[in-house]
Design a protein around this ligand. Structure first.
Ligand code: ADP
Ligand code: LRH
Length: 483
C-alpha cells in the first residue's frame, strides 16, 4: 500500500493541536503544525467551552496542514460534552464544560431513580457527575433543550461544521451513559428514563468511516479542497489507547494528561458488581475493544495549582526539581476525591484534605507538587492493580502516554509503586492513535497490532525500571487504604 499523509485534530482540555502524520511501511512521522490553548469561559450561565474559538484554531491548523497535502482529516476531543442544534442547524448556546457544577445535585437523583445497579448493567459506566446522561437531566427544563433537534458531541460538532455530516462516533458515544454497553446501540430504556427524545441522538458511526469532503467555505478557508474527513476514535482517550505502543496483551495503560485514565484493554465489558463497586468504567475502544479504566484526577491537580499560583507551564521544570528534593511521603491525598473536580484554589483544597486526615500541610510549592505526584503514582498503582484483579489479568508492563510521559518523576514513581516497568511515550499518543486509524482506513495496514508495532519502532519511548522494592510504596498505600 502507498504511504498515507493525514492530519489529526486533537483537542485536549488544556490545549488543541493539529498534527500531520505520514504513515508508510516502517515509517511514522509526526509534524505538529499548530497548537493553541483551550481556555474555558465562565459566563453568567455557567462554565463553558469556547467552541467557536476552538473551531478557529482547527481551521488555522488545517490551513497550516494543507502544505503537506493530507488526504484525510480526523478529529478527537475530550468526552461527554455536547452542543445542541435547533431545526435550522444553529448551535443553541455554548457547550457546557464538564467541570460546571450544575450536575452535582441532579446526578445522584438520576442514579437513585434508575438504580445504580440497573444503570451500570445497561451503560457500564463509572459514576461521574458530568456523564452526558446527567448533564441532559439538568438541561431538560431549559429553553435550549426545548428547541433542540439534535445533540452532537464536541468532535462530532466540529466534524459537522467542517462537512455538514451529522453522526455520533461510537467510542465517544460510549461515554454519554446512554449507549447500551452490550448491544452497542443507544438505549431506549435510558433515554426514556431521563426524558431525552430518541430523535435527539444521531446515528452511530464507527471509526474509519468516511464522513465526506469539506464544505465549500471550510475548503476555501483551509485550502483543503480534495481532503475528506474520516471518523477516528473521536474520544481522545480511545485514540490515546489506540496509539499505545504495546507489544504484548498483558499491558496496562495510563493516558496521563489533564486526567489520568488508567486501565486495561479487554475484548468485552466487565459489568460485575465488584467492578461497579470499585467504580470502573467500560468505555469503547477501536475494533470493539473495551477500555476498562478509572478516571484519576491527573495533572489537573498540577495545572490548577500552577494557575492558583499565577504561574505558567514554563515554571514546571523548576518546580519539579524542587519536588524531587522535597521530603518523601510527607503528605498524601486521594487523587480520586471529587472535591478536586471544579476549578478553583487547588493548593487550598489539598491543604484542607490533608488537615482533615491529620497530615501536615506541605510548606512550599515543590512540597505540594511532591504530594500531588506521589499521590498520583499511588492512584495509578491502586487502579491498575484492581483492574487486573477484576479482569483476571496479569500486568507485565504499563504504558504511560500523554503529556505526563514528559514528567520523569511521575513515570519513575509510577514504576516504583507498581513494581512493574513503565514505558513512557508517546506524549502525543492521542494524535498518533488518530493518525493510525486514518492510515488504516486509507489501506496502509489492516490490523491495529502492526500499527502499534510501528509506533513502538518509530517513536521516542523511555523505559523506567522499578526500584528493587515496593515496600515504601506499600506503606504509603496502606495510609490511604489503597491496594
Ligand atoms: P490534555 O490533552 O488533557 O490537554 P496533555 O496530554 O497535553 O493534556 O498533558 C498536559 C500536561 O502534561 C501538563 O499539564 C503538564 O503537567 C504535562 N507536561 C507537558 N510538558 C511537560 C514537561 N516538559 N515536563 C513535565 N510535564 C509536562
Ligand atoms: C480526557 C477525557 C476523559 C473523560 C474526560 C471528561 O480528556 O476525555 O476520558 O473522562 O476527558
Amino acid at each position: 500500500p502507498s504511504p498515507a499523509t493525514v492530519a489529526a485534530v486533537d483537542l485536549g482540555a488544556s490545549s488543541g493541536r493539529v498534527v500531520v502524520g505520514r504513515v508508510g511501511s516502517g515509517t511514522l512521522e509526526l509534524t505538529e503544525v499548530h497548537r493553541f490553548p483551550n481556555r474555558p469561559l465562565r459566563l453568567p450561565s455557567g462554565l463553558h467551552w469556547d467552541v467557536t474559538g476552538l473551531y478557529r484554531g482547527v481551521l488555522d491548523g488545517l490551513r497550516a496542514a494543507a502544505a503537506h497535502a493530507p488526504g484525510s482529516v480526523g478529529i478527537d476531543a475530550w468526552a461527554v460534552d455536547y452542543g445542541l442544534l435547533d431545526r435550522s442547524g444553529a448551535l443553541l448556546g455554548l457547550p457546557f464544560h464538564y467541570r460546571d457544577e450544575r450536575t452535582a445535585e441532579v446526578a445522584p437523583r438520576v442514579v437513585a431513580d434508575i438504580g445504580a445497579e440497573a444503570l451500570y448493567a445497561r451503560n457500564g459506566l463509572q459514576f461521574q457527575p458530568f456523564n452526558t446522561v446527567f448533564q441532559l437531566a439538568a438541561a431538560r427544563a431549559t429553553p435550549q433543550f426545548g428547541a433542540a433537534d439534535v445533540l452532537l458531541l464536541v468532535p462530532d460538532l466540529l466534524a459537522y461544521w467542517l462537512t455538514g455530516s451529522r453522526g455520533a462516533e461510537i467510542t465517544n458515544a460510549s461515554t454519554t451513559g446512554l449507549l447500551d454497553v452490550t448491544a452497542l446501540e443507544w438505549s431506549g430504556e435510558l433515554t426514556s428514563a431521563v426524558g431525552v427524545p430518541a430523535s435527539l441522538l444521531p446515528a452511530l458511526v464507527r471509526p474509519g468511516t468516511r464522513l465526506g469532503p469539506l464544505l465549500p467555505e471550510a475548503a476555501a478557508e483551509t485550502g483543503l479542497a480534495d481532503t475528506v474527513v474520516t471518523a477516528v476514535a473521536s474520544h481522545d482517550t480511545a485514540s490515546a489507547v489506540a496509539g499505545v505502543p504495546a507489544r504484548t496483551e498483558r499491558f496496562g495503560y495510563i493516558s496521563c494528561g489533564t486526567w489520568s485514565l488508567a486501565g486495561l484493554e479487554l475484548p468485552g465489558p466487565v459489568v460485575t458488581e465488584e467492578a461497579r463497586a470499585a467504580n470502573f468504567t467500560n468505555e469503547l475502544g477501536v475494533d470493539g475493544t473495551t477500555r476498562f479504566l478509572r478516571n484519576i484526577m491527573g495533572l489537573w491537580l498540577v495545572q490548577e495549582s500552577l494557575r492558583t499560583w499565577g504561574l505558567g507551564a514554563d515554571a514546571l521544570p523548576g518546580l519539579l526539581a524542587e519536588a524531587a528534593r522535597a521530603a518523601p511521603f510527607a503528605a498524601l491525598i486521594d487523587a480520586g476525591d471529587a472535591r478536586f473536580l471544579a476549578p478553583g484554589d487547588m493548593p487550598a483544597r489539598i491543604a484542607e484534605a490533608l488537615r482533615e486526615s491529620g497530615q501536615p500541610v506541605p510548606k512550599g510549592r515543590g512540597a505540594v507538587l511532591r504530594c500531588v505526584l506521589e499521590s498520583l503514582a499511588l492512584a495509578h498503582r491502586d487502579t491498575l492493580r484492581r483492574a487486573a484483579e477484576l479482569a483476571g489479568r496479569e500486568l507485565e508492563v504499563v504504558h504511560l502516554v500523554g503529556g505526563g510521559a514528559r514528567n520523569e518523576l511521575l513515570c519513575q514513581w509510577t514504576a516504583d509503586a507498581l513494581g512493574v516497568p513503565v514505558v513512557a511515550g508517546p506524549a502525543e499518543a492521542t494524535a498518533v492513535g488518530n493518525i493510525i486509524v486514518q492510515a488504516r482506513a486509507a489501506g496502509v495496514a489492516d490490523d491495529l497490532a502492526s500499527l502499534r508495532a510501528l509506533v513502538h519502532d518509530t517513536q521516542d519511548l523511555r523505559t523506567y525500571t522499578p526500584a528493587a522494592s515496593t515496600t515504601p510504596w506499600d506503606t504509603a498505600a496502606a495510609r490511604l487504604g489503597l491496594r
